[in-house]
Design a protein around this ligand. Structure first.
Ligand SMILES: C[S@@+](CC[C@H](N)C(=O)[O-])C[C@H]1O[C@@H](n2cnc3c(N)ncnc32)[C@H](O)[C@@H]1O
Length: 312
């Protein structure tokens, strides 16, 4: 079907009808987005006296994501049109973070889980959002960093790669998954990285001391983690006077090789951000009350960054 003259509402209706009748693959022909570079979606492009609706490529990427579809690489039909193929994603499980519910609680995110397939360092948004947060923290060479829920150490690897002067800094990671920590130990063998298999609820027992940065990404909302108490312990027992925190809350889910933006409640078709907003608002206020300037940033992970300093 050629939709170069159709409105987005008409295209949406077509795709929804196809999905409702059980289609697993839908093809449409659209104006090559490159023909209207610099125009906004809906503006028109005249080619050989005929006017077509322009849509940037991102429109098709967004549409696919919002409808739970995979967009294959567009192929040119001629010098005006490209064919887009949308495939329905295989939803084998309805889990935001791919934890293995059958595994022992400590191994839900272990090296045998679906989660082990995810490499955060291949998500440009995550890398750039974390880099931005780390720039705000402005760690000094030799800083001490603690990562709670470190898993196999993607965040530590990011820190070492993106923060100048941190290559030899003392990094400490804690996670209750023995298999993830074993992999992290292999990864950082010979580096100044200390890794503990332990429950973050019992951090005090490790006698870790104080840190210039404590980060915890995608961990505070885990079942069994007393997140409010844990953040209290971080701030009161594990932060140097000018220490910073970065708390990361998932705002995405992984499905069939794709990342979908937004947290979802069970059976909600589109993202529902109530719980995320409540947690973020709580930690923002808590950190402000504890003399931190707080920044809320990020896309697939909402990052609450608190650095030394007063106020809003
Ligand atoms: C969703 S994963 C996030 C891992 C990593 N920070 C990331 O973003 O890729 C949550 C991690 O927290 C760990 N975790 C959950 N509850 C924990 C607890 N009570 N004590 C220690 N680690 C825990 C899990 O084993 C897992 O590695």
């Amino acid at each position: 079907m050629n939709v170069a003259a159709s409105s987005l509402l008409q295209i949406l209706e077509h795709l929804e009808q196809e999905l409702a009748r059980g289609a697993t693959r839908i093809e449409i022909e659209v104006l090559d987005p490159d023909r209207g570079r610099g125009l906004y979606a809906g503006e028109r492009v005249a080619i050989d006296g005929v006017s077509y609706v322009h849509r940037p490529f991102r429109v098709w990427v967004d549409l696919a994501e919002r409808l739970g579809l995979r967009l294959l690489t567009p192929r040119a039909i001629d010098d005006r049109f490209v064919r887009l193929v949308f495939e329905r994603l295989a939803r084998t499980r309805d889990s935001a973070a791919l934890g293995d519910r059958e595994a022992a609680p400590t191994e839900r995110y272990g090296t045998d889980s679906e989660f082990a397939r995810i490499t955060k360092l291949e998500d440009p948004g995550f890398v750039l959002d974390m880099t931005d947060a780390l720039d705000r923290v402005a760690l000094k060479p030799g800083a001490r960093v603690l990562d709670l829920g470190v898993n196999t150490g993607d965040e530590l690897a990011l820190l070492r790669a993106r923060v100048p002067g941190l290559r030899n800094a003392k990094l400490v990671g804690v996670d209750h998954s023995a298999s993830a920590i074993a992999k992290a130990r292999e990864r950082f063998a010979g580096d100044n990285v200390e890794l503990h298999v332990a429950d973050v609820n019992e951090l005090g027992a490790l006698g870790l001391g104080k840190f210039d940065l404590v980060l915890s990404i995608g961990t505070l909302q885990s079942p069994g983690v007393d997140d409010r108490e844990l953040v209290r312990r971080i701030v009161q027992d594990h932060l140097a006077p000018d220490g910073a925190v970065i708390l990361g809350f998932p705002n995405s889910r992984y499905v069939d090789g794709e990342v979908e933006h937004g947290t979802r409640m069970k059976n909600y078709r589109q993202p529902e951000l109530g719980l995320l907003v409540k947690d973020v608002a709580f930690y923002r206020k808590y950190l402000q009350q504890h003399h931190r300037r707080v920044f809320v940033t990020g896309k697939h992970y909402i990052l609450v960054t608190g650095i030394a300093g007063q106020g809003e």
